[in-house]
Design a protein around this ligand. Structure first.
Ligand code: GLV
Ligand code: MN
Ligand code: MN
Length: 433
């Protein structure tokens, strides 16, 4: 009797000791910052930003460095067929699905040091902290790097997480080409990240992604942590205007079929569509190819992108209808052909109530000023949310500026977001006594 009683007491004391250690556990903010700065050297630009396009040689170098850090932290690395990387730390119960955290390390052409990179470095810092404090989670823990989140070299955006979540087919994604005709498949092989693991088809206990806000809300409120409840829906369009190339001198104004003039009117109209839908709607023309693109040729063809976002599907439907009417009207007035194709879409996202609560509770526990927030940007979490309970943590960035080389964030805010991530992960993964 006595031994059983005392072993029960010992188990209880051990459990309490683990709980106390867990309550006190904090990440190492200096190490997190240093890792971000080290990674930012790969593809560093003169203005302090990063240019590391998806599946470029520089992306390959970035992946190699981070995978080295994963292995040094004792994590087991696997790569799937779309190049997503997973780095696993065992839990006490291998039968449980892993709790996963991550983001992306590809950047915009003139991107910053923090977009995506923070989410991966924060997830790695969680693993390093668990190692250092010898905390053993019940469920395994994995760090994820998703392929081509930015969608700037290859569309669609959030490619690796999209295939993982079944939003589009693997073969479709592998066949996508950049402007030079290089396919995703070839680019993956070239940098050595065409893995052999199946994409998706397994469950996560939970997925958390830490990210800079990329907007001004938290900074304006003086809050350190955003508890992300969901994200705007998005639609991307490819718009082609077809007129006629002709000589800039002899062609009278009345006979021109100037596709670039049409594009100018469409840019103005797209902006108007968003302004008419305030405060919710966002619309942007960010890409354009002009043909012949010669100073003394009336432009005969323009290909342009339109990016539209809204928190509700009906809002996106109304914006799409307005865009199609705009393109028709502009084309008729100038004598152009207009083709509008929707190339990417995802519905507004609502994150899992349990994960959102875990993030909020962790922020509360640390006493960080926090508020609920809806993401204006797309994130890998938006696709993962289709197949796993998902939550996100935002931290402020300077002036709300992102997708820009001057993107900046405070080390103490990044550390706070990472502490919240650690405790949300612990809440979902559970502790082994
Ligand atoms: C991802 O970067 C997006 O376009 O929201
Ligand atoms: Mn991002
Ligand atoms: Mn981005």
């Amino acid at each position: 009797m006595q031994p059983r009683h005392s072993s029960g007491r010992i188990a209880l004391l051990l459990h309490r000791a683990v709980q106390i250690t867990m309550l006190k556990t904090q990440v190492n903010g200096d190490r997190l910052w240093q890792s971000l700065m080290d990674l930012a050297r790969i593809g560093a630009t003169d203005k302090g930003g990063v240019r590391r396009l998806a599946l470029s040689d520089l992306d390959g170098e970035g992946r190699a460095l981070v995978c080295r850090w994963f292995r040094e932290a004792g994590l087991k690395v696997t790569v799937d067929r779309i190049g997503n990387i997973f780095a696993k730390r065992d839990g006490a119960d291998p039968s449980l699905p892993p709790v996963v955290s991550g983001s992306h390390i590809d950047t915009q052409p003139s991107g910053g040091k923090f977009d995506g990179n923070y989410g991966v470095m924060a997830a790695l810092e969680v693993a390093r902290t668990l190692n250092e404090t010898k905390l053993r989670t019940r469920a395994p823990y994995e760090v994820a790097i998703w392929t081509n989140e930015e969608g700037t070299r290859f569309t669609p955006v959030m490619m690796g997480s999209g295939v993982f979540a079944g939003a589009f087919e693997l073969e479709y994604a592998l066949a996508q080409q950049d402007l030079d005709g290089c396919s995703v498949q070839d680019a993956l092989q070239r940098i050595g990240y065409a893995g052999d693991a199946q994409v998706g088809g397994r469950s996560f206990g939970a997925y958390y992604e830490a990210h800079i806000e990329q907007g001004p809300v938290l900074e304006d409120m003086g809050h350190t942590v955003g508890v992300v409840t969901g994200a705007l829906g998005l639609r991307w369009y490819d718009l082609v205007l077809t007129g006629q190339d002709s000589h800039a001198g002899p062609t009278p104004m009345r006979l021109r079929k100037d596709a670039l003039l049409g594009a100018a009117r469409i840019i103005e109209g797209v902006n108007r569509i968003a302004l008419d839908g305030q405060p919710d709607a966002r619309a942007t023309v960010g890409f354009m190819q002009v043909s012949s693109n010669s100073l003394n040729v009336v432009p005969g063809t323009v290909r342009m992108s339109v990016d539209m976002r809204h928190p509700r599907d009906e809002g996106l439907d109304a914006m799409e209808a307005a865009l199609r009417a705009l393109a028709d009207n502009v084309a008729t007035a100038i004598g152009l052909g207009a083709q509008v194709t929707c190339v990417t879409r995802y519905a507004p996202v609502r994150f899992d109530a349990g994960c959102v609560t875990a993030v909020r509770e962790a922020a509360r526990k640390f006493g960080y000023r926090h508020s609920d927030i809806v993401s204006g940007a797309g994130h890998d979490a938006c696709y993962v949310a289709r197949v796993a309970p998902t939550g996100m943590i935002f931290v402020p960035c300077e002036g709300g500026i992102s997708h820009n080389e001057i993107e900046n964030a405070k080390p103490e805010d990044l550390e706070a977001g990472c502490n919240v991530l650690l405790h949300a992960v612990l809440a979902s993964a559970g502790m082994a006594a």
